[in-house]
Design a protein around this ligand. Structure first.
Ligand code: UGA
Length: 453
């Protein structure tokens, strides 16, 4: 294998994980970030994000000399065969377009530092046409530079980032340049030896693949969420519906878990940006538009679902929330459904206390007006209803007798369907999942109780 010298610009989620994994493949990787504190922390072995096993991977590769961190972009770029741009592309305030100013700023700096043939590759999620613009910018800034620009979008998930990076369903490489193709094939050689399928296409196609993939997954989730609402109304079980349709290989079983709506740093931002691109090209995307609206409304609607458990009498009630992050195994609170849910409950006068295994520090910034608890049991103490918002593994194995004893009233709203309705009812809880009927006997008992009251 040819060992590549790689510069990774940006040490966010994608940059740090990709950089560490490339180093682990045996390449020589230099990760660059403008944030001197972050680089100092990384050099001292501190990982700024919560991602399982990332600390060990970084530490091992720093120790072996394959991976280093610096603020000196020019130095890293001038020695690199391949430069990856992995800086953030957040939603632009006000209009929802992807803000690619950080990408262009990086491209200009890279341009000035290029020495010898260098391949510049976007790994950040960038709107169609960005690679073309980067090429233009580099040529404008440094007309003598010998370079090519490619697109290589990343499909890893937070919380499973290293596994995803090392076991990709596909590696998409967008370039029309033969030399660039063979360089990137070398970069990914360890994965293609493991049969990681490399797909070569044009830059614009690669850029669109990334947005189409995220929009499709967001659509799948939103679809099953709406079917779950209907299942609730008609007395069907969404878990079985998802299983029943997922067994059809054309549909597939993944990403059919009904819940409180998708959040995170990617789906909301990328669907919004795709819509903007579509509008700019006079090619409206009604489905994606609906997905965004339905999902936003859903997050807040979860507060009404909790309210219904309290007979719509939320004012002054004490509510416990288990799980704040947008998904388990991350401390990321970006666009987490918990934020709209809790804000909705606070607006109705509830008193909220919460527990999350990793996200409480981040959550404090978004949700300053709630009480943060030491553990799930403290979170259940004295509450009128307990709401499970994120499916952390530790919530799947709670001592439910103890939880019940802690609560003022035994009522659980399980927005991730991690428990079985029949078991929860047998334990004496009033229980409500998403899109799942209560067993008939319990329904009748509940109806009777309502009548007697
Ligand atoms: C997502 C994609 O899955 C990655 O392939 C992609 O690389 C990444 O965005 C990105 O563009 O950077 P991520 O945001 O880390 O990854 O998280 P997911 O596991 O996809 O979950 C996103 C949201 O959908 C979460 O709020 C999750 O709870 C929700 N979800 C997911 C469901 O409600 N139901 C499901 O069946 C699956």
């Amino acid at each position: 294998m040819n060992h590549m010298r790689i510069a990774m610009i940006g040490t966010g989620y994608v940059g740090l994980v990709s950089g560490a994994c490339f180093a682990d493949f045996g390449h020589q990787v230099t990760c660059v970030d403008k944030d001197a504190d972050k680089i100092a922390a990384l050099n001292a072995g501190q990982i700024p994000i919560f991602e399982p096993d990332l600390d060990r991977l970084v530490e091992a590769n720093v120790r072996s000399g394959q991976l280093r961190f610096t603020t000196l972009l020019a130095d890293a770029v001038s020695h690199a065969d391949v430069v990856f741009i992995a800086v953030g592309t957040p939603s632009r305030r006000g209009d929802g377009h992807a803000d690619i100013s950080f990408v262009y700023a990086a491209a200009r700096e890279i341009a000035a530092a290029l020495r010898g043939f260098t391949l510049v590759v976007t790994k950040s999620t960038v709107p169609v046409g960005t690679a073309d613009e980067i090429e233009r910018l580099i040529r404008e800034t440094n007309p003598g530079a010998d370079f090519s620009v490619g697109s290589n979008p990343e499909f890893l998930r937070e919380g499973a980032a290293i596994y995803d990076f090392k076991h990709p369903d596909r590696i998409v490489i967008g370039t029309e340049n033969e030399r660039a193709r063979s360089l990137l094939a070398d970069v990914y050689r360890p994965l293609s030896l493991n049969l990681g399928p490399l797909m070569f296409t044009t830059r614009r196609t690669a850029e669109l693949i990334k947005y189409a993939a995220n929009a499709f997954l967001a659509t799948k989730i939103t679809f099953i969420n709406e079917i779950a609402d209907l299942a609730e109304k008609v007395g069907a079980d969404i878990q079985d519906v998802a299983h029943g349709i997922g067994m059809d290989k054309r549909i597939g079983s993944k990403f059919l878990h009904a819940g409180p709506g998708f959040g995170g740093s990617c789906f909301p931002k990328d669907t919004r940006a795709l819509l903007k691109t579509a509008l700019d090209h006079d090619s409206p995307m009604r489905i994606v538009e609906a997905v965004l609206t339905v999902n936003e409304n859903r997050k807040r609607a979860m507060a009404r679902k909790v309210g219904a458990m309290l007979d719509n009498n939320v004012h002054g009630k004490k509510i416990g929330v288990l799980g704040l992050t947008f998904k388990p195994d991350t401390d990321d609170m970006r666009e987490a459904p918990s934020i709209a849910l809790i804000t909705g409950l606070l607006d109705q006068g509830a008193i909220v206390q919460a527990y999350d295994p990793a996200g409480m520090e981040q959550a404090r910034k978004e949700l300053p007006d709630i009480t943060y608890c030491r553990d799930p049991y403290a979170c259940a103490r004295g509450v009128d209803v307990l709401v499970i918002v994120t499916e952390w593994a530790e919530f799947r194995a709670l001592d439910l007798h103890r939880i019940r004893r802690e609560m003022a009233r035994p009522a659980i709203v399980d927005l991730r369907n991690i428990y079985r309705p029949s078991e929860m009812l047998a334990l004496g809880f009033r229980y409500e999942g998403v899109g799942r009927p209560m067993p008939r006997k319990a329904r009748e008992r509940a109806a009777l109780e309502t009548l007697c009251n």
